[in-house]
Ligand binder design. Structure first.
Ligand code: FAD
Length: 377
């Protein structure tokens, strides 16, 4: 039961976007840039964005050498290069849109720790650099083993080090706040605590159904176009899409005086990643030791993986340094048969951009641009 005023002023939008992660907010802004007079609404089920964008590690990354070489085992070269290029383009666009200061972006570089069993990778860097040169514009990967001691790694795990010259780091909280602030400034409405349960489409409009616990009734909103940016949670709305959720575990230490590491680091084909932030070490990963347990959309800690992270933190990252854990959390990623995100028109009114995998920070802005480009077709 709606009032005349509610019906008139709150129930129609030109464009509705579901999901206020990096993709949803960026898509809303792309729509505003294209259709400046239009009324745009973002619907987010959490009190604030609650999937991956506010829970990640803030790596502005394109893929480690071992990860890209692994991709090349089962993906054509052209596809691997195209995805690398999309990540790079997305990062460039994000930095231009928000500015480095607003997102805490620093080009402190990235490194990959190479174990005994991966040492052959060093022989393949020339091949990777040649392949990626047209996109990177420089050698993307350089041997850097002379820095192992400088970072305090001791060489227990890291037998070699590779520098990643295209990567940077950012503060994911600042990035998401900046995206929300900019969207609001542009006149985009963002409603949080608004879970979409489904939608219907007719020739003239799309009706979006939103849970409204306060009124104990569903709240139908009409729009001309709907863009679904719900990443790992998309199956609720589009059950036939190829999406498997993958939870990621993270921990962060208290401040460590004299911390030697700077920048971002990967190891074990990208399954583990750590960085310095505010004088602390943020460390995440380990999904590969319990794939089945982490194939869930439930935001919860996994004790086995958290214990593995603690052990690797003690033995590989901070072998000689006292440290304490300040906080732990988990977030949900989306994976599928390929590493490509799904960017698709489901009709001339319903669009989707989701399944960003484990490297959506750099890619998110470009994926949003791509889905909004489909609105013109
Ligand atoms: C632990 C972890 C570490 C990561 N580290 C990195 C990293 O360092 N670098 C990197 O590049 N990538 C990283 N990623 C991946 C990256 O965070 C994601 O690829 C990216 O944030 C995906 O953005 P998104 O907007 O597509 O999805 P999300 O951020 O998940 O946004 C989807 C939004 O949709 C909302 N939603 C879902 N269903 C509904 C519904 N029915 N109604 C309304 N709202 C709904 C959710 O609440 C959520 O806010 C990491 C991810 C995790 C989990």
């Amino acid at each position: 039961m709606f009032s005349y005023w509610e019906q008139q002023s709150f129930s129609y939008y030109d464009h509705i976007v579901i999901g206020a992660g990096i993709v949803g907010l960026s898509a809303a802004m792309e729509l505003k840039e294209k259709y400046s007079k239009s009324r745009i609404l973002v619907l987010e089920r959490g009190l604030f964005p609650t999937g991956a964008s506010t829970r990640n590690a803030g790596f502005a990354c394109m893929g480690s050498a071992t990860e890209l070489l692994d991709d090349l085992q089962h993906t054509p070269e052209a596809d691997v290069v195209a995805l690398f290029a999309a990540r790079k383009k997305g990062l460039d666009q994000l930095r231009i849109r928000l500015g480095d200061d607003k997102i805490g972006y620093h080009a402190n570089g990235g490194h990959e720790l190479i174990s005994d069993k991966e040492i052959d990778v060093l022989d393949k860097l020339d091949y990777l650099n040649t392949l990626l040169l047209p996109v990177a514009g420089k050698s993307a990967f350089l041997p850097a083993s002379d820095r192992i001691a400088e970072f305090g790694f001791k060489g227990t795990y890291a037998k070699a080090l590779i520098a990643h010259t295209c990567e940077g780091e950012l503060n994911s909280g600042m990035m998401m706040r900046a995206l929300m602030d900019m969207a609001i400034q542009q006149g985009i409405e963002i409603k949080t605590g608004a879970e979409v349960t489904g939608y219907d489409e007719t020739e003239k409009k799309v009706t979006v159904h939103v849970k409204n616990p306060f009124r104990k009734e569903e709240w139908p909103l009409a729009c001309a176009t709907l863009t679904i940016c719900t990443n790992a949670f998309t199956k609720q709305l589009l059950p036939n899409e190829d999406i498997t959720p993958g939870r990621g575990q993270v921990l962060i230490t208290d401040v460590i005086p004299g911390l030697k590491i700077k920048g971002i680091f990967h190891f074990d084909q990208g399954y583990y990643y750590f960085r310095e932030i505010d004088g602390r070490v943020l460390f995440g990963g380990g999904r590969n030791i319990d794939f089945a347990g982490e194939e869930t959309t439930e935001i919860a800690l996994n004790e086995k993986i958290q214990a593995d992270l603690e052990e690797k933190l003690r033995t590989i990252i901070l072998p000689d340094t006292d440290h304490t854990i300040a906080q732990r959390w988990a977030g949900i990623m989306a994976f599928g048969q390929t590493k490509y995100p799904i960017v698709k028109a489901f009709s001339d009114k319903v669009f989707g951009a989701f399944r960003l995998g484990g490297m959506g920070v750099a890619l998110g802005t470009e994926v949003a641009r791509q889905v909004v480009a489909l609105h013109e077709l």
